[in-house]
Design a protein around this ligand. Structure first.
Ligand SMILES: [Zn+2]
Length: 185
């Protein structure tokens, strides 16, 4: 299956004149905010946290994954399952910290990237850079963009373009595919 990196970008409609200048200014500020969130994510990582520090691929057989993950995480990460909405305690996780992959401990999101989408799944408007690859999922009538961890290949969720500013993206993530590490114990 061909996989491609998701291009994170902002589609900006420019109306011209003064509106154009103001839109430019606002867009530049939002770009900077996202860049800061992505660059400074380690400030939310607890000292001595046990996380993956590079994206070198981890490969295991399906049986090895089944033995090393709890059944709910195994079903989502290795077989693209979907957890029941509102079932994850991470929906209500509002502390500062970092969300890592339950399969390989690669840091994926921070608390500063999370928002309450009301969908029942932990949702984020951006990610730590270069941690996901995507495929087009055609299981539903409308094709969806599936995303998975670049280190272990584990499926995490789908990304939609109905998220909040500044990105307009909504990473709809299964909570069982994540582990939360609070910034302070
Ligand atoms: Zn992973």
């Amino acid at each position: 299956m061909k996989r491609r990196l998701l291009l994170q970008g902002l589609a900006v409609a420019l109306a011209g004149g003064t509106a154009r200048a103001q839109t430019h200014k606002a867009t530049n500020r939002m770009d900077k905010d996202i860049a800061t969130l992505q660059r400074d994510w380690k400030t939310l990582l607890a000292q001595n946290a046990s996380v993956a520090t590079d994206t070198t691929p981890v490969t295991k057989t399906d049986e090895q994954w089944r033995q090393s993950l709890d059944p709910a995480a195994y079903a989502v990460l290795r077989h693209e399952g979907t957890e029941r909405p509102f079932s994850s305690p991470l929906n209500l996780e509002h502390r500062a910290g970092v969300f890592v992959c339950a399969g390989c401990a690669l840091p994926l999101f921070t608390s500063a990237m999370k928002f309450d989408s009301g969908t029942g799944w932990p949702s984020y408007f951006t990610t730590i850079p270069n941690v996901f690859a995507t495929t087009t999922d055609t299981k539903m009538i409308l094709p969806r963009t599936e995303y998975h961890c670049v280190k272990c290949g584990g499926h995490h969720g789908h990304v939609f373009d109905d998220g909040p500013p500044p990105t307009g993206l909504r990473y709809c993530n299964n909570g069982v595919a994540l582990r939360f590490i609070p910034a302070k114990a």
